[in-house]
Design a protein around this ligand. Structure first.
Ligand code: EPU
Length: 337
């Protein structure tokens, strides 16, 4: 275990924050040993996966930061059309997706190029381009942070929702996910309904893409819209897309007929927060250190030299102005530490 470690390389916003203790875990036994150690029992702790969805508000974390770096991808079962594949929590998500696509396994291709690690993916049920992790998730194994014991969570037990799971709510801070099992298909229809995918395929004259081509198209779309975290600090979408009552939606639609929307179950309507933020005039806004990305208003960015609090302040201003203009409260998808 190290002391006074700067977490800048471990958070995609690139904020300077120092951890009092820092432990990198390379296998399950190391994790178990750490959880049962004295320092872990007496100090506050934070499990850090890829650090792609966290915002350090303060410049000091007074406790133990555990960085999960366990590796390994294995095929547990292979049948005519089904494959069960297990990935350890510290595997890079994009590389895992690339691995599956190269094998010709369907089920995670639309989630290509999402920054982060496998272990963090179920926590917020990552989703993009018409697919969510939960669709091909089979189960995951997680370790109880108070006892060091492992437990398997089925899909039902994970209570997945839009960017939600039991690990963000009832079991927040109780478990660390150590591996995830996926049920993938060797042959399955591709999901190409999302408008960005359709228009990209049309523009490039691709009529019937292969699995690999669809993966590459999604990578290209993401590259064009989202900042490269090696160049500009960000945590991807900062806010969730709000879900509102259809009555409220109908009233708003009269005033803003071009407002994009997606029908949800139970007569609710999801509205893109990026559109609301753009309409409220924030797209491309920037001060010295932080701003709103000019190609996607849902993404808050750190240009360097700033503090977590600068993002918190900006996020509050955006929330207030969206609420004032549309009467809609938007809430962060990023976890504040
Ligand atoms: N829009 C604007 N202005 C903007 C951004 C978006 O008008 O600045 C409009 C677009 O024109 C479009 C709609 O809003 O009509 C939706 O935009 P987009 O397709 O870019 O997707 P999103 O709803 O803004 C969500 C996810 C992304 C995911 C994309 C693609 C959330 C919170 N975000 O964004 O996920 O990549 O869909 O599926 O659901 C992430 O979670 O970090 C992330 C990047």
């Amino acid at each position: 275990m190290k002391t006074n470690v700067n977490l800048k390389p471990y958070n995609s916003f690139g904020f300077d924050a120092v951890a009092k203790h820092f432990a990198e875990v390379n296998d399950i036994q190391e994790l178990e040993y750490l959880i049962r150690s004295d320092v872990f029992k007496h100090e506050k702790y934070l499990i850090l996966s890829g650090g792609n969805n966290v915002l350090f508000r303060d410049d000091f974390f007074d406790g133990v930061v555990v960085h999960i770096n366990t590796k390994g991808i294995e095929t547990l079962e292979e049948q005519e059309n089904n494959v069960i594949v297990r990935a350890q929590a510290g595997e890079d998500w994009s590389e895992f997706v690339r691995f599956c696509v190269e094998k010709g396994w369907h089920g995670v291709e639309n989630l290509a190029h999402i920054p982060g690690k496998v272990g963090a993916a179920p926590v917020q049920n990552i989703g993009a381009y018409g697919m969510e992790l939960k669709e091909n998730f089979l189960q995951c194994e997680a370790m109880d942070l108070s006892t060091g014991e492992s437990k398997v969570f089925t899909k039902e037990e994970c209570h997945f929702g839009y960017r939600e799971s039991v690990f963000k709510h009832e079991l927040k801070g109780r478990y660390v996910i150590t591996s995830v099992d996926f049920l993938l298909k060797k042959d399955a229809p591709l999901h190409m309904e999302y408008s960005n995918i359709k228009s990209y395929l049309e523009q490039n004259g691709i009529e019937r893409p292969t699995l690999q081509q669809l993966h590459d198209v999604i990578c290209a779309i993401r590259d064009a819209k989202l900042p490269d975290i090696k160049q500009i600090g960000s945590a991807g979408s900062f806010f969730k897309n709000p879900v509102i009552e259809s009555m409220q939606f109908e009233t708003l639609q009269k005033e803003y007929p071009t407002m994009p929307y997606y029908d949800e179950p139970n007569g609710m309507v999801k509205v893109p927060a990026g559109w609301l933020i753009e309409q409220a005039g924030w797209k491309g806004w920037r001060d010295e250190h932080v701003g709103v990305y000019d190609k996607q208003a849902l993404v808050l960015v750190h240009y360097g030299g700033g503090k977590g609090e600068d993002i918190v302040e900006l996020a509050h201003k955006i929330q207030d102005s969206v609420e004032e203009k549309f009467g809609i409260k938007i809430s962060p998808e990023v976890n504040f530490v």
